[in-house]
Ligand binder design. Structure first.
Ligand code: HEM
Length: 147
């Protein structure tokens, strides 16, 4: 339908390399909730956000997140096929200390990134389409988190 088209077209318009967009997203995430930075500090040992965002471990996670979003966009017709993966992903985030409420903040950061990247292409319909998809992804991760 129209939602899937909006999501696919906008995602494609961001270009092949999604990492720079992921950096915008996570920069926003740490602005919204700086405490989340601590969940990465065990590895990066970096004190401030800009330093942290350019560390290899960090860029690795940003890349992983973009791969998951890419998988969701590519499986819009059958998001259930990602269920096992997302359950497992939720469990892993529970283990590293991420709270499920933080997934919603990631969603806000995702929308912020889309708004920055798409400009006037960022419409109410597009926002809602992305939010719907992201909500499905997070619902599965949250089920895995609670298991
Ligand atoms: C792994 C933190 C949200 C995808 C991890 C790890 C940490 C972490 C500390 C383990 C170390 C690493 O692999 O870098 C966070 C925090 C989040 C967040 C603080 C914000 C609330 C997300 C979201 C996604 C995601 C929304 C995807 C939609 C992944 C993936 C892995 C991972 C794919 C690797 C899991 C594996 O080892 O198989 N995350 N994460 N993360 N995260 Fe996140």
């Amino acid at each position: 339908g129209k939602d899937k088209e909006l999501i696919r077209d906008s995602w494609e318009s961001l270009g092949k390399n999604k990492v720079p967009h992921g950096i915008v997203m996570f920069t926003r995430l740490f602005e919204l909730d700086p405490a989340l930075l601590n969940l990465f500090n065990y590895k990066t040992k970096c004190g401030v956000v800009p330093e942290c965002l350019s560390s290899p471990e960090f860029l690795e996670h940003v890349t992983k997140v973009m791969v998951v979003i890419d998988a969701a966009v590519n499986n819009l017709d059958d998001l259930d096929s990602l269920e096992e993966f997302l359950l497992n992903l939720g469990t892993k985030h529970q283990a590293v200390g991420v709270k499920t409420q933080s997934f919603a903040v990631v969603g806000e950061a995702l929308l912020y990134m889309l708004q920055c990247s798409l400009g006037t292409g960022y419409t109410a319909a597009l926002r809602q389409a992305w939010l719907n998809m992201y909500t499905i992804v997070v619902a599965a991760m949250t089920r895995g988190w609670a298991k």
